[in-house]
Design a protein around this ligand. Structure first.
Ligand code: XBP
Ligand code: MG
Length: 249
């Protein structure tokens, strides 16, 4: 029986990654660094999950192995970025992707449990939820950031979400936007629906049992990319439940 939906955050709930990129660039400037991450460079860097890990990868490849002083500076860069990102999300009132609010409302009224499983830092999750769910978070469980010992594509954060939900992988469906996220959910035993995002246009969505442009809205059906199709171009709780019942017999 389908009991829970587990959502990735960045690129899945909302198109957040360019705000992370802008946050990094503003933090670099604040700290007097002449570093700049273009959208093209950031798309490459996004193959490294985790902002801290992404920054460390960039420093190592562009500026050599960081010494203690540089490592301390990297910590401050990420702290500043997180603050700046929070302001950008709040100021810009970053909207949820198509179908997200609709499916979450359907899930709540159907008694399904909801979780977040994200590589991003907890303040980022809290800010995005506060801006988009002013009447309170709809999520029963949040698993994110450094709570997972290993970041995506390792399965740790999805396994943590499942444990906190108290459901088995066969009782849930994961929603992701990136190759690393799909890998993470699959390795946690979860079936995955992929919704390609702006920054994962060049990534493979292989492994998802359904790959879509988004979850669809009445009057605005999604584009079908691969795998299972959905009646009317809408991923709904009714269609998810029917699929899950067919799959689990
Ligand atoms: C995406 C990530 C995150 C964000 C930046 O997370 O890899 O690292 O890019 O956030 P997901 P932080 O798709 O799993 O939500 O700088 O806080 O890591
Ligand atoms: Mg993502």
């Amino acid at each position: 029986m389908l009991k829970a939906l587990i959502f990735d955050v960045d690129g899945t709930l909302a198109e957040t990654e360019d705000l992370h990129r802008q946050g990094f660039n503003r933090a670099f400037a604040e700290m007097g660094l002449n570093w700049h991450w273009s959208p093209e460079l950031y798309a490459d860097l996004l193959t490294v999950m985790g902002g801290k890990e992404r920054l460390a990868h960039y420093v190592r490849t562009e500026h050599g192995e960081p010494d203690a002083e540089r490592r301390a500076q990297m910590g401050e860069i990420h702290d500043r970025k997180t603050r700046i990102y929070g302001d950008l999300v709040t100021q810009g009132a970053l909207e949820l992707r198509p179908g997200i609010a609709r499916l979450i409302a359907e899930a709540r009224s159907s008694g399904l449990r909801l979780a977040v499983a994200s590589t991003t830092s907890r303040p980022n999750v809290d800010t995005l939820i506060a801006v988009n769910f002013p009447d309170g978070s709809p999520f029963d469980v949040i698993a994110c950031g450094d709570e997972a010992e290993r970041k995506k594509p390792h399965p740790d954060v999805f396994l943590l979400a499942l444990a906190r939900l108290g459901v088995s992988p066969s009782e849930a469906v994961a929603f992701e936007d990136s190759a690393a996220g799909i890998r993470s959910a699959l390795d946690a035993g979860l079936p995955v629906i992929a919704t390609r995002s702006r920054y994962t246009g060049g990534q493979s969505l292989d492994g998802a049992f359904s790959a879509l442009s988004d979850l669809g809205e009445p009057g605005a059906p999604h584009g079908h990319l691969a795998g299972l199709t959905w009646p009317g171009g809408l991923v709904t709780v009714a269609a998810l439940t029917a699929w899950h019942d067919r799959m689990t017999g």
